[in-house]
Design a protein around this ligand. Sequence first.
Ligand code: PLP
Length: 459
Amino acid sequence: MSSKDQRMANAFDPATAASLPAREQALIQRRLQLLGQAYRLFYEQPLHVVRGEGVWLYDPDGNAYLDVYNNVASVGHSHPRVVEAIARQAATLNTHTRYLNDSILDYAERLLATLPAASSQAMFTCTGSEANDLALRLAANYSGGAGVIVTSHAYHGVTSSVAACSPAFGHKVPLGVHVRTVPAPDAYRYPDEDVGARFTRHVEQAIADLQRHGIQPAALLVDTLFTSDGVFAEPAGFLAGAVDAIRAAGGLFIADEVQAGFARSGSHFWGFQRHGVIPDIVTMGKPMGNGHPIAGLAARPEIIEAFGRRVRYFNTFGGNPVSCAAGLAVLDIIRDEGLQQNAHDTGAYLKAGLERLAARHELIGDVRGAGFFLGVELVSDRQRKTAATAETGRIVNALRQRRILISATGSAGNILKLRPQLPFSRANADQLLATLDEVLAGLQPPSSASTSSSSTCGK
Ligand SMILES: Cc1ncc(COP(=O)(O)O)c(C=O)c1O
């Protein structure tokens, strides 16, 4: 299998396994034997980890890796308060939602308090994919439509209905006939156009195309930081016109907060809040249980009521007391440790550091993002904005060799994706910046590095 076939930035190519240490080769072989072909590992030299603590992951030899990529264990690997909450609840009771119990209600109350008043009911699942799958069912039921609009390199999950709305899988996973894609709101490649007006126009065109094919729109579904499209956060507010357009066509706006939610964007708890819009349905997952599999959605009650009149919902593990205890601990930690403020402040510090690197390294075409979700677009020609895909892969792997973990995103895989855990400190940011500087300097001939400051970094 060539890395091109794998259709994932930063995927390990099993054909190169022979060059790895014997212990890792044996593990890879065992995975292949037991799990088959469909899984992908990160990095040219896959990382073998045995322990995590705070922002650090450890390999079997005790080496520490700075994790700048893990928004799942978002409040820190093995956070003691989450561990304790899970252990305490597991020792008391774990069951499902067909019995009366306070846990799910206590959690739903706290979770819904972080959302706009309109999103006053919650439903729980185990994964973000299931949350989006359920959201699409709610939207189809409420709107009477079937059409779904997503961005052109969106990823929304793995169930068949959600994979059919996830163009990031590439053309070997067909999109549904009811799905239309629109270009992501890219302020870097189209700096002269109003981002919001352009995005709205594309959504309106997609709506018209659905209607022309006799398909009534059910939903506009977007990751509110457009993370698999390449991280598009600015200018805040650009979603408003598209949300109006889908509603005018009878569809719902589903904010996929699996990546952006739970304080990651720094200025707000939820990514959609940066755009001043109120979604009809909010889906969430990854950081919700700090690694424990809890996910779900929040919606306007009439949407859930219309569904509940026709359909009975039971998800064996969704909303179980142990998951809810983990979820509650995560909310407490974000509040008690001031983690949203840290994402805001340290995120801005990291972004400013990356912008300083962009002034010295020609390869950096753009630095963007919000809070602790940053994208660094690498281009081999700043005027033409030519994707520097190969260099991006070299940087991601060079950092991994220096024990710093990041990855890449975007349809060309040329955008460094930085997604540190919420307690990431300035000292952690300094370590990342210094190492990235060194790696970038090693990639470029000195003559090209000095001519860059006048050119087109940023919008
Ligand atoms: C934006 C977005 N939505 C949904 C999902 C699916 O979540 P899960 O892997 O928990 O099913 C992902 C996973 O990466 C995601 O990034």
